[in-house]
Design a protein. Structure first.
Length: 535
Protein backbone atom coordinates (compact mmCIF):
# COMPACT_ATOMS: atom_id res chain seq x y z
CA UNK A 1 0.00 0.00 0.00
CA UNK A 2 1.32 3.46 -0.95
CA UNK A 3 0.54 6.83 0.65
CA UNK A 4 0.57 9.64 -1.90
CA UNK A 5 -0.46 13.19 -1.06
CA UNK A 6 -2.23 14.75 -4.02
CA UNK A 7 -3.74 17.49 -1.86
CA UNK A 8 -1.79 19.49 0.70
CA UNK A 9 -4.62 19.32 3.22
CA UNK A 10 -5.67 15.74 2.57
CA UNK A 11 -3.26 12.82 2.64
CA UNK A 12 -4.93 9.96 0.79
CA UNK A 13 -4.13 6.27 0.53
CA UNK A 14 -3.39 4.99 -2.98
CA UNK A 15 -2.74 1.51 -4.36
CA UNK A 16 -1.11 0.06 -7.43
CA UNK A 17 -3.31 -2.21 -9.57
CA UNK A 18 -1.69 -5.30 -8.05
CA UNK A 19 -2.14 -4.06 -4.48
CA UNK A 20 -5.69 -2.95 -5.27
CA UNK A 21 -6.56 -6.49 -6.40
CA UNK A 22 -5.14 -7.90 -3.14
CA UNK A 23 -6.98 -5.30 -1.07
CA UNK A 24 -10.29 -5.92 -2.90
CA UNK A 25 -9.92 -9.71 -2.58
CA UNK A 26 -9.48 -9.34 1.18
CA UNK A 27 -12.23 -6.74 1.50
CA UNK A 28 -14.82 -8.76 -0.47
CA UNK A 29 -13.56 -12.18 0.64
CA UNK A 30 -13.41 -13.44 -2.95
CA UNK A 31 -10.85 -13.43 -5.75
CA UNK A 32 -10.51 -10.06 -7.50
CA UNK A 33 -7.89 -10.14 -10.26
CA UNK A 34 -5.71 -7.34 -11.58
CA UNK A 35 -7.73 -7.44 -14.79
CA UNK A 36 -10.91 -6.80 -12.72
CA UNK A 37 -9.30 -3.65 -11.30
CA UNK A 38 -8.07 -2.56 -14.74
CA UNK A 39 -11.63 -2.93 -16.03
CA UNK A 40 -12.92 -0.54 -13.34
CA UNK A 41 -10.36 2.06 -14.41
CA UNK A 42 -10.88 1.53 -18.13
CA UNK A 43 -14.65 2.01 -17.89
CA UNK A 44 -14.51 4.97 -15.54
CA UNK A 45 -15.92 3.17 -12.48
CA UNK A 46 -13.01 4.46 -10.36
CA UNK A 47 -10.67 7.37 -11.04
CA UNK A 48 -7.12 6.84 -12.28
CA UNK A 49 -4.28 8.66 -10.47
CA UNK A 50 -0.53 8.62 -10.88
CA UNK A 51 2.08 9.96 -13.24
CA UNK A 52 5.30 8.91 -14.99
CA UNK A 53 3.56 5.82 -16.34
CA UNK A 54 2.32 4.57 -12.94
CA UNK A 55 -1.35 3.86 -12.28
CA UNK A 56 -2.72 4.35 -8.78
CA UNK A 57 -6.19 4.05 -7.28
CA UNK A 58 -7.66 5.82 -4.29
CA UNK A 59 -8.65 3.19 -1.71
CA UNK A 60 -11.74 5.16 -0.69
CA UNK A 61 -12.90 5.37 -4.35
CA UNK A 62 -12.59 1.60 -4.61
CA UNK A 63 -14.38 1.04 -1.32
CA UNK A 64 -17.21 3.37 -2.32
CA UNK A 65 -17.60 1.54 -5.62
CA UNK A 66 -17.88 -1.88 -3.97
CA UNK A 67 -20.27 -0.59 -1.30
CA UNK A 68 -22.55 0.79 -3.99
CA UNK A 69 -22.16 -1.99 -6.52
CA UNK A 70 -22.22 -5.10 -4.35
CA UNK A 71 -24.05 -4.84 -1.05
CA UNK A 72 -26.21 -1.89 -2.08
CA UNK A 73 -27.18 -3.53 -5.36
CA UNK A 74 -28.65 -6.52 -3.55
CA UNK A 75 -30.64 -4.18 -1.30
CA UNK A 76 -31.87 -2.08 -4.24
CA UNK A 77 -32.84 -5.10 -6.33
CA UNK A 78 -34.77 -6.69 -3.47
CA UNK A 79 -36.67 -3.44 -2.96
CA UNK A 80 -37.81 -3.55 -6.60
CA UNK A 81 -38.18 -7.30 -7.13
CA UNK A 82 -39.06 -8.59 -3.66
CA UNK A 83 -37.33 -10.12 -0.64
CA UNK A 84 -37.84 -13.60 -2.07
CA UNK A 85 -34.99 -12.90 -4.52
CA UNK A 86 -32.38 -15.66 -4.07
CA UNK A 87 -29.15 -13.65 -4.29
CA UNK A 88 -26.96 -16.75 -4.08
CA UNK A 89 -28.29 -17.64 -7.54
CA UNK A 90 -27.02 -14.34 -8.95
CA UNK A 91 -23.53 -15.87 -9.24
CA UNK A 92 -22.29 -12.34 -8.62
CA UNK A 93 -18.80 -13.54 -7.70
CA UNK A 94 -18.14 -15.05 -11.12
CA UNK A 95 -16.05 -13.41 -13.81
CA UNK A 96 -17.18 -13.38 -17.42
CA UNK A 97 -14.49 -15.95 -18.21
CA UNK A 98 -16.20 -18.30 -15.73
CA UNK A 99 -19.67 -17.97 -17.24
CA UNK A 100 -18.32 -18.34 -20.78
CA UNK A 101 -15.85 -21.13 -20.01
CA UNK A 102 -14.51 -23.46 -22.72
CA UNK A 103 -17.12 -24.24 -25.43
CA UNK A 104 -19.86 -22.05 -23.98
CA UNK A 105 -18.56 -19.14 -26.05
CA UNK A 106 -18.12 -20.95 -29.35
CA UNK A 107 -21.00 -18.98 -30.83
CA UNK A 108 -23.27 -16.17 -29.53
CA UNK A 109 -26.81 -17.19 -28.66
CA UNK A 110 -29.39 -14.78 -27.32
CA UNK A 111 -31.44 -16.01 -24.38
CA UNK A 112 -29.17 -18.73 -22.99
CA UNK A 113 -28.52 -19.26 -19.30
CA UNK A 114 -25.08 -19.50 -17.71
CA UNK A 115 -23.61 -22.99 -17.15
CA UNK A 116 -23.34 -22.44 -13.38
CA UNK A 117 -27.14 -22.33 -13.15
CA UNK A 118 -27.35 -25.79 -14.69
CA UNK A 119 -24.56 -27.06 -12.43
CA UNK A 120 -26.34 -25.80 -9.33
CA UNK A 121 -29.42 -27.90 -9.97
CA UNK A 122 -27.98 -31.04 -11.58
CA UNK A 123 -24.71 -31.43 -9.63
CA UNK A 124 -25.13 -32.52 -6.01
CA UNK A 125 -21.60 -31.33 -5.19
CA UNK A 126 -22.13 -27.67 -6.12
CA UNK A 127 -23.94 -26.68 -2.92
CA UNK A 128 -23.08 -28.55 0.27
CA UNK A 129 -26.29 -27.28 1.93
CA UNK A 130 -28.58 -28.61 -0.77
CA UNK A 131 -30.74 -31.39 0.66
CA UNK A 132 -31.52 -33.25 -2.56
CA UNK A 133 -29.25 -34.61 -5.28
CA UNK A 134 -31.63 -34.49 -8.21
CA UNK A 135 -29.26 -36.01 -10.78
CA UNK A 136 -26.22 -38.22 -10.49
CA UNK A 137 -23.55 -39.63 -12.78
CA UNK A 138 -25.06 -42.13 -15.22
CA UNK A 139 -28.53 -40.56 -15.20
CA UNK A 140 -30.18 -39.30 -18.39
CA UNK A 141 -31.33 -35.68 -18.62
CA UNK A 142 -33.53 -34.09 -21.29
CA UNK A 143 -33.64 -30.53 -22.60
CA UNK A 144 -36.63 -30.15 -24.96
CA UNK A 145 -35.62 -26.54 -25.80
CA UNK A 146 -31.90 -27.19 -26.03
CA UNK A 147 -30.86 -24.00 -27.88
CA UNK A 148 -27.08 -23.82 -28.04
CA UNK A 149 -26.58 -26.87 -25.79
CA UNK A 150 -25.66 -25.46 -22.36
CA UNK A 151 -27.49 -28.24 -20.49
CA UNK A 152 -25.96 -30.93 -22.68
CA UNK A 153 -22.41 -29.64 -22.22
CA UNK A 154 -22.73 -29.35 -18.44
CA UNK A 155 -24.33 -32.79 -18.20
CA UNK A 156 -21.39 -34.25 -20.13
CA UNK A 157 -18.91 -32.64 -17.71
CA UNK A 158 -20.69 -34.45 -14.86
CA UNK A 159 -20.95 -37.82 -16.61
CA UNK A 160 -24.70 -37.47 -17.13
CA UNK A 161 -26.16 -38.66 -20.44
CA UNK A 162 -28.18 -36.04 -22.29
CA UNK A 163 -30.77 -35.53 -25.01
CA UNK A 164 -31.40 -32.15 -26.61
CA UNK A 165 -34.33 -31.31 -28.87
CA UNK A 166 -34.73 -28.06 -30.77
CA UNK A 167 -36.81 -26.99 -33.76
CA UNK A 168 -33.88 -25.01 -35.17
CA UNK A 169 -31.37 -26.87 -37.33
CA UNK A 170 -28.76 -24.19 -36.69
CA UNK A 171 -29.19 -24.35 -32.91
CA UNK A 172 -28.56 -28.07 -33.00
CA UNK A 173 -25.47 -27.58 -35.15
CA UNK A 174 -24.03 -25.31 -32.42
CA UNK A 175 -24.80 -27.94 -29.76
CA UNK A 176 -23.37 -30.76 -31.82
CA UNK A 177 -20.02 -29.15 -32.61
CA UNK A 178 -19.49 -28.40 -28.90
CA UNK A 179 -19.75 -32.09 -28.05
CA UNK A 180 -18.10 -33.82 -31.01
CA UNK A 181 -14.73 -35.57 -30.62
CA UNK A 182 -12.05 -34.06 -32.87
CA UNK A 183 -8.72 -35.02 -34.34
CA UNK A 184 -7.07 -31.77 -33.28
CA UNK A 185 -4.06 -32.22 -35.53
CA UNK A 186 -6.31 -32.54 -38.57
CA UNK A 187 -8.51 -29.65 -37.41
CA UNK A 188 -5.49 -27.38 -36.85
CA UNK A 189 -4.24 -28.09 -40.38
CA UNK A 190 -7.61 -27.27 -41.96
CA UNK A 191 -7.98 -24.08 -39.90
CA UNK A 192 -4.44 -22.91 -40.75
CA UNK A 193 -4.95 -23.59 -44.47
CA UNK A 194 -8.10 -21.45 -44.61
CA UNK A 195 -6.56 -18.66 -42.51
CA UNK A 196 -3.57 -18.45 -44.88
CA UNK A 197 -5.81 -18.25 -47.92
CA UNK A 198 -8.12 -15.58 -46.53
CA UNK A 199 -5.16 -13.49 -45.37
CA UNK A 200 -3.78 -13.37 -48.89
CA UNK A 201 -7.17 -12.77 -50.52
CA UNK A 202 -7.95 -9.21 -51.59
CA UNK A 203 -10.94 -8.52 -53.80
CA UNK A 204 -10.70 -4.72 -53.43
CA UNK A 205 -7.06 -3.65 -53.27
CA UNK A 206 -7.95 -0.17 -51.98
CA UNK A 207 -9.50 -1.45 -48.74
CA UNK A 208 -6.24 -1.97 -46.81
CA UNK A 209 -4.87 1.50 -47.50
CA UNK A 210 -8.26 3.09 -46.79
CA UNK A 211 -8.66 1.30 -43.44
CA UNK A 212 -5.13 2.12 -42.40
CA UNK A 213 -5.73 5.84 -42.97
CA UNK A 214 -9.19 5.67 -41.35
CA UNK A 215 -7.78 3.99 -38.24
CA UNK A 216 -5.15 6.70 -37.86
CA UNK A 217 -7.77 9.43 -38.13
CA UNK A 218 -10.17 7.72 -35.68
CA UNK A 219 -7.42 7.09 -33.15
CA UNK A 220 -6.29 10.71 -33.21
CA UNK A 221 -9.87 12.01 -32.99
CA UNK A 222 -10.77 9.70 -30.09
CA UNK A 223 -7.61 10.56 -28.16
CA UNK A 224 -8.40 14.26 -28.50
CA UNK A 225 -12.14 14.11 -27.82
CA UNK A 226 -12.80 10.92 -25.81
CA UNK A 227 -9.61 10.32 -23.76
CA UNK A 228 -9.91 7.07 -21.81
CA UNK A 229 -10.53 6.57 -18.94
CA UNK A 230 -10.95 10.29 -18.14
CA UNK A 231 -13.95 10.75 -20.47
CA UNK A 232 -15.79 7.69 -19.10
CA UNK A 233 -15.20 8.82 -15.55
CA UNK A 234 -16.65 12.26 -16.34
CA UNK A 235 -19.78 10.57 -17.74
CA UNK A 236 -20.08 8.48 -14.57
CA UNK A 237 -19.83 11.64 -12.50
CA UNK A 238 -22.35 13.43 -14.79
CA UNK A 239 -19.81 16.13 -15.65
CA UNK A 240 -20.58 15.63 -19.36
CA UNK A 241 -23.96 15.34 -21.11
CA UNK A 242 -23.10 12.29 -23.21
CA UNK A 243 -25.98 12.62 -25.69
CA UNK A 244 -25.32 16.25 -26.61
CA UNK A 245 -21.52 15.99 -26.67
CA UNK A 246 -21.44 12.72 -28.64
CA UNK A 247 -23.83 13.96 -31.36
CA UNK A 248 -21.67 17.02 -31.96
CA UNK A 249 -18.47 14.97 -32.22
CA UNK A 250 -20.08 12.23 -34.31
CA UNK A 251 -21.11 14.81 -36.91
CA UNK A 252 -17.65 16.36 -36.86
CA UNK A 253 -15.88 13.08 -37.63
CA UNK A 254 -18.42 12.08 -40.28
CA UNK A 255 -17.00 14.79 -42.55
CA UNK A 256 -13.53 13.21 -42.28
CA UNK A 257 -14.96 9.76 -43.03
CA UNK A 258 -16.87 10.86 -46.12
CA UNK A 259 -13.79 12.56 -47.56
CA UNK A 260 -11.79 9.33 -47.16
CA UNK A 261 -14.56 7.25 -48.79
CA UNK A 262 -14.50 9.62 -51.75
CA UNK A 263 -10.70 9.74 -51.92
CA UNK A 264 -10.27 5.95 -51.99
CA UNK A 265 -13.43 5.33 -54.07
CA UNK A 266 -14.76 2.73 -51.62
CA UNK A 267 -17.98 0.91 -52.58
CA UNK A 268 -20.07 0.43 -49.48
CA UNK A 269 -23.41 -0.99 -50.63
CA UNK A 270 -23.97 -4.19 -52.56
CA UNK A 271 -25.83 -4.17 -55.85
CA UNK A 272 -28.63 -6.36 -54.42
CA UNK A 273 -30.82 -5.95 -51.33
CA UNK A 274 -33.00 -9.07 -51.32
CA UNK A 275 -31.44 -11.32 -48.66
CA UNK A 276 -29.99 -10.82 -45.20
CA UNK A 277 -26.47 -11.18 -46.59
CA UNK A 278 -27.26 -8.53 -49.20
CA UNK A 279 -28.59 -5.99 -46.72
CA UNK A 280 -26.38 -6.23 -43.65
CA UNK A 281 -22.86 -6.49 -45.09
CA UNK A 282 -20.56 -4.00 -46.79
CA UNK A 283 -19.61 -5.14 -50.29
CA UNK A 284 -16.03 -6.19 -49.56
CA UNK A 285 -17.10 -8.25 -46.55
CA UNK A 286 -19.74 -10.07 -48.60
CA UNK A 287 -17.04 -11.00 -51.12
CA UNK A 288 -14.84 -12.36 -48.34
CA UNK A 289 -17.73 -14.37 -46.85
CA UNK A 290 -18.39 -16.06 -50.18
CA UNK A 291 -14.67 -16.78 -50.63
CA UNK A 292 -14.30 -18.43 -47.19
CA UNK A 293 -17.51 -20.41 -47.52
CA UNK A 294 -16.28 -21.88 -50.79
CA UNK A 295 -13.10 -22.96 -48.98
CA UNK A 296 -15.10 -24.53 -46.12
CA UNK A 297 -17.18 -26.56 -48.57
CA UNK A 298 -13.98 -28.09 -49.95
CA UNK A 299 -12.86 -29.48 -46.55
CA UNK A 300 -13.11 -33.29 -46.63
CA UNK A 301 -13.30 -34.05 -42.90
CA UNK A 302 -17.00 -33.66 -42.01
CA UNK A 303 -16.41 -32.71 -38.36
CA UNK A 304 -13.81 -30.12 -39.34
CA UNK A 305 -16.17 -28.75 -41.97
CA UNK A 306 -18.89 -28.27 -39.34
CA UNK A 307 -16.63 -26.43 -36.89
CA UNK A 308 -15.25 -24.22 -39.67
CA UNK A 309 -18.82 -23.37 -40.68
CA UNK A 310 -19.52 -22.31 -37.08
CA UNK A 311 -16.33 -20.20 -36.99
CA UNK A 312 -17.48 -18.48 -40.19
CA UNK A 313 -20.98 -17.97 -38.76
CA UNK A 314 -19.58 -16.47 -35.55
CA UNK A 315 -17.40 -14.20 -37.68
CA UNK A 316 -20.13 -12.89 -39.93
CA UNK A 317 -22.40 -12.25 -36.93
CA UNK A 318 -19.73 -9.89 -35.56
CA UNK A 319 -19.20 -8.26 -38.96
CA UNK A 320 -22.75 -7.14 -39.72
CA UNK A 321 -23.09 -3.48 -40.65
CA UNK A 322 -24.57 -2.35 -37.35
CA UNK A 323 -23.50 -0.51 -34.22
CA UNK A 324 -21.87 -2.43 -31.38
CA UNK A 325 -24.77 -1.73 -29.03
CA UNK A 326 -27.36 -2.98 -31.55
CA UNK A 327 -25.77 -6.32 -32.45
CA UNK A 328 -28.57 -8.20 -30.70
CA UNK A 329 -31.45 -6.19 -32.17
CA UNK A 330 -30.48 -4.90 -35.64
CA UNK A 331 -32.23 -1.64 -36.45
CA UNK A 332 -30.76 -0.18 -39.62
CA UNK A 333 -27.56 -0.99 -41.57
CA UNK A 334 -24.69 1.20 -40.34
CA UNK A 335 -22.21 1.99 -43.11
CA UNK A 336 -20.75 5.17 -41.64
CA UNK A 337 -18.70 5.97 -38.56
CA UNK A 338 -20.75 6.61 -35.40
CA UNK A 339 -20.52 7.39 -31.70
CA UNK A 340 -20.56 4.07 -29.85
CA UNK A 341 -22.45 4.09 -26.53
CA UNK A 342 -20.81 0.78 -25.61
CA UNK A 343 -17.20 1.89 -26.08
CA UNK A 344 -17.70 5.64 -25.47
CA UNK A 345 -15.88 6.76 -28.61
CA UNK A 346 -16.17 6.96 -32.40
CA UNK A 347 -16.37 3.49 -33.94
CA UNK A 348 -16.56 2.35 -37.54
CA UNK A 349 -18.23 -0.38 -39.57
CA UNK A 350 -16.04 -3.29 -40.59
CA UNK A 351 -14.58 -3.47 -44.09
CA UNK A 352 -12.88 -6.88 -43.82
CA UNK A 353 -13.49 -10.04 -41.78
CA UNK A 354 -9.90 -11.32 -41.88
CA UNK A 355 -8.90 -10.37 -38.33
CA UNK A 356 -12.16 -11.62 -36.85
CA UNK A 357 -11.98 -14.98 -38.63
CA UNK A 358 -8.37 -15.50 -37.52
CA UNK A 359 -9.22 -14.54 -33.93
CA UNK A 360 -12.29 -16.77 -33.72
CA UNK A 361 -10.51 -19.69 -35.39
CA UNK A 362 -7.76 -19.67 -32.74
CA UNK A 363 -10.24 -19.07 -29.91
CA UNK A 364 -12.47 -21.93 -31.08
CA UNK A 365 -9.57 -24.37 -31.31
CA UNK A 366 -8.41 -23.44 -27.79
CA UNK A 367 -11.91 -23.77 -26.33
CA UNK A 368 -12.50 -27.17 -27.91
CA UNK A 369 -9.17 -28.39 -26.55
CA UNK A 370 -9.99 -27.03 -23.08
CA UNK A 371 -13.31 -28.85 -23.04
CA UNK A 372 -11.70 -32.02 -24.37
CA UNK A 373 -9.63 -32.23 -21.16
CA UNK A 374 -12.74 -32.55 -18.98
CA UNK A 375 -15.18 -34.32 -21.32
CA UNK A 376 -16.61 -37.64 -20.19
CA UNK A 377 -17.81 -40.62 -22.22
CA UNK A 378 -21.44 -39.84 -21.42
CA UNK A 379 -23.84 -40.31 -24.32
CA UNK A 380 -25.49 -37.32 -25.96
CA UNK A 381 -27.89 -36.85 -28.84
CA UNK A 382 -29.23 -33.70 -30.51
CA UNK A 383 -32.56 -33.95 -32.32
CA UNK A 384 -33.90 -31.36 -34.75
CA UNK A 385 -37.63 -31.68 -34.31
CA UNK A 386 -40.75 -30.42 -32.56
CA UNK A 387 -40.66 -31.43 -28.88
CA UNK A 388 -44.46 -31.63 -28.86
CA UNK A 389 -44.51 -34.64 -31.14
CA UNK A 390 -41.01 -36.18 -31.16
CA UNK A 391 -40.80 -39.92 -30.48
CA UNK A 392 -37.65 -39.68 -28.36
CA UNK A 393 -36.99 -43.42 -28.11
CA UNK A 394 -37.32 -43.87 -31.88
CA UNK A 395 -34.96 -40.96 -32.55
CA UNK A 396 -32.32 -42.32 -30.14
CA UNK A 397 -32.63 -45.79 -31.67
CA UNK A 398 -31.81 -44.35 -35.13
CA UNK A 399 -28.72 -42.55 -33.82
CA UNK A 400 -27.11 -44.65 -31.09
CA UNK A 401 -28.05 -48.26 -30.34
CA UNK A 402 -26.09 -48.39 -27.05
CA UNK A 403 -27.76 -45.25 -25.79
CA UNK A 404 -31.11 -46.72 -26.83
CA UNK A 405 -30.47 -49.86 -24.74
CA UNK A 406 -29.63 -47.71 -21.70
CA UNK A 407 -32.72 -45.57 -22.28
CA UNK A 408 -34.93 -48.67 -22.29
CA UNK A 409 -33.43 -49.79 -18.99
CA UNK A 410 -33.66 -46.62 -16.94
CA UNK A 411 -35.65 -44.02 -18.91
CA UNK A 412 -35.01 -40.28 -18.52
CA UNK A 413 -34.42 -39.02 -14.97
CA UNK A 414 -35.71 -35.50 -15.60
CA UNK A 415 -35.59 -32.20 -17.47
CA UNK A 416 -33.56 -29.03 -17.17
CA UNK A 417 -34.56 -26.45 -19.75
CA UNK A 418 -35.38 -22.84 -20.46
CA UNK A 419 -38.49 -22.65 -22.64
CA UNK A 420 -38.83 -19.56 -24.85
CA UNK A 421 -40.50 -16.61 -23.16
CA UNK A 422 -43.76 -15.15 -24.46
CA UNK A 423 -43.18 -12.80 -27.40
CA UNK A 424 -39.51 -12.03 -26.74
CA UNK A 425 -37.25 -13.69 -29.33
CA UNK A 426 -37.61 -15.01 -32.88
CA UNK A 427 -35.10 -17.83 -32.59
CA UNK A 428 -34.66 -18.45 -36.30
CA UNK A 429 -34.41 -14.75 -37.07
CA UNK A 430 -31.60 -14.15 -34.58
CA UNK A 431 -29.38 -16.31 -36.79
CA UNK A 432 -30.86 -15.22 -40.13
CA UNK A 433 -27.35 -14.71 -41.54
CA UNK A 434 -26.53 -18.39 -40.95
CA UNK A 435 -29.77 -19.69 -42.46
CA UNK A 436 -29.13 -17.47 -45.48
CA UNK A 437 -25.53 -18.64 -45.89
CA UNK A 438 -25.98 -22.36 -45.20
CA UNK A 439 -29.37 -22.73 -46.89
CA UNK A 440 -31.00 -24.42 -43.86
CA UNK A 441 -34.78 -24.73 -43.86
CA UNK A 442 -36.47 -22.31 -41.46
CA UNK A 443 -39.38 -23.51 -39.34
CA UNK A 444 -40.39 -20.23 -37.71
CA UNK A 445 -44.06 -21.19 -37.61
CA UNK A 446 -43.27 -24.03 -35.16
CA UNK A 447 -41.52 -21.79 -32.62
CA UNK A 448 -43.39 -21.41 -29.33
CA UNK A 449 -43.70 -17.86 -27.97
CA UNK A 450 -42.10 -16.10 -30.94
CA UNK A 451 -41.60 -12.34 -30.89
CA UNK A 452 -43.66 -11.89 -34.06
CA UNK A 453 -46.67 -13.57 -32.38
CA UNK A 454 -46.79 -10.82 -29.76
CA UNK A 455 -47.90 -10.97 -26.11
CA UNK A 456 -51.66 -10.66 -26.45
CA UNK A 457 -54.31 -13.04 -25.12
CA UNK A 458 -54.15 -15.29 -28.17
CA UNK A 459 -50.35 -15.46 -27.96
CA UNK A 460 -50.47 -16.34 -24.24
CA UNK A 461 -53.08 -19.07 -24.80
CA UNK A 462 -51.00 -20.49 -27.65
CA UNK A 463 -47.91 -20.41 -25.42
CA UNK A 464 -49.63 -22.29 -22.57
CA UNK A 465 -50.89 -24.89 -25.04
CA UNK A 466 -47.46 -25.28 -26.68
CA UNK A 467 -45.40 -25.67 -23.49
CA UNK A 468 -48.01 -28.02 -21.99
CA UNK A 469 -47.93 -30.23 -25.09
CA UNK A 470 -44.12 -30.40 -24.88
CA UNK A 471 -44.25 -31.51 -21.23
CA UNK A 472 -47.03 -34.03 -21.88
CA UNK A 473 -45.07 -35.59 -24.72
CA UNK A 474 -41.76 -35.67 -22.82
CA UNK A 475 -43.40 -37.05 -19.66
CA UNK A 476 -44.00 -40.34 -21.48
CA UNK A 477 -40.24 -40.97 -21.50
CA UNK A 478 -39.46 -39.93 -17.91
CA UNK A 479 -39.07 -42.09 -14.81
CA UNK A 480 -42.01 -42.11 -12.42
CA UNK A 481 -40.27 -39.98 -9.80
CA UNK A 482 -39.00 -37.38 -12.27
CA UNK A 483 -37.75 -33.86 -11.54
CA UNK A 484 -38.40 -31.08 -14.02
CA UNK A 485 -36.66 -27.69 -13.80
CA UNK A 486 -37.85 -24.90 -16.09
CA UNK A 487 -36.17 -21.48 -16.19
CA UNK A 488 -38.67 -18.75 -17.07
CA UNK A 489 -39.51 -15.08 -16.61
CA UNK A 490 -43.18 -15.76 -15.87
CA UNK A 491 -44.46 -12.17 -15.70
CA UNK A 492 -47.91 -13.31 -16.87
CA UNK A 493 -48.17 -16.11 -14.26
CA UNK A 494 -48.74 -18.79 -16.90
CA UNK A 495 -46.74 -21.64 -15.36
CA UNK A 496 -49.29 -22.72 -12.71
CA UNK A 497 -51.73 -23.33 -15.58
CA UNK A 498 -49.01 -25.00 -17.67
CA UNK A 499 -48.21 -27.33 -14.78
CA UNK A 500 -51.90 -28.22 -14.34
CA UNK A 501 -52.42 -28.92 -18.04
CA UNK A 502 -49.28 -31.09 -18.04
CA UNK A 503 -50.42 -33.24 -15.13
CA UNK A 504 -47.66 -31.81 -12.94
CA UNK A 505 -47.40 -29.66 -9.84
CA UNK A 506 -44.98 -26.88 -8.94
CA UNK A 507 -43.32 -27.95 -5.70
CA UNK A 508 -40.77 -25.15 -5.47
CA UNK A 509 -39.76 -21.85 -7.06
CA UNK A 510 -36.31 -20.26 -7.08
CA UNK A 511 -36.33 -16.56 -7.99
CA UNK A 512 -32.94 -15.37 -9.18
CA UNK A 513 -31.58 -11.97 -10.24
CA UNK A 514 -30.18 -11.81 -13.77
CA UNK A 515 -27.14 -9.54 -13.50
CA UNK A 516 -25.32 -9.90 -16.82
CA UNK A 517 -27.68 -8.80 -19.57
CA UNK A 518 -26.61 -7.85 -23.10
CA UNK A 519 -29.34 -5.23 -23.58
CA UNK A 520 -28.69 -1.55 -22.92
CA UNK A 521 -31.62 -1.65 -20.48
CA UNK A 522 -29.96 -2.68 -17.20
CA UNK A 523 -33.07 -2.39 -14.99
CA UNK A 524 -33.39 -5.02 -12.23
CA UNK A 525 -34.63 -8.22 -13.84
CA UNK A 526 -35.36 -11.68 -12.48
CA UNK A 527 -36.33 -15.13 -13.64
CA UNK A 528 -37.80 -18.12 -11.83
CA UNK A 529 -36.63 -21.72 -11.85
CA UNK A 530 -39.79 -23.80 -11.45
CA UNK A 531 -39.35 -27.26 -9.92
CA UNK A 532 -42.14 -29.56 -11.09
CA UNK A 533 -43.02 -33.14 -10.25
CA UNK A 534 -45.87 -35.49 -11.12
CA UNK A 535 -49.19 -34.91 -9.37
Amino acid sequence: MVDVGFCTNNLQQFLSIRDASLWASDYLDKAISESNISYLIQYGKVKKYGNNGSTLINVQDLKNYYLTFSGQREIDWKKKLGDDLNWSLSFENLRESDTTKHVHRLHPYKGKYIPQLVEYFIDSHVDQFKKNAYFKKGDIILDPFSGSGTTLVQANELGIHSIGIDISRFNNLISEIKLLDYDFRSLSIDINNICKKINSYEEDKKISAFEQELNIQISKFNNDNFPSPKYKYKIQQKEINENIYSKEKEKQFLNIYQKLISLYKIELKQNKNKTFLDKWYIKNIRNEINFIFDLVKQVKNVKNKKILAIILSRTIRSCRATTHSDLATLKEPQITTYYCFKHKKICKPLFTIKNWFNRYALDTLNRLQDFNKIKTQAYYVTITNDSRTTDIFAEIKKRNSLFYELLNKQKIRGIFSSPPYVGQIDYHEQHAYAYDLFGFDRRDELEIGSLYKGQGIEAKNSYVKGISEVLLNCKKYLTNNFDVFLVANDKYNLYPLIAEKSGMQIINKFKRPVLNRTERDKSPYSEIIFHLKSK
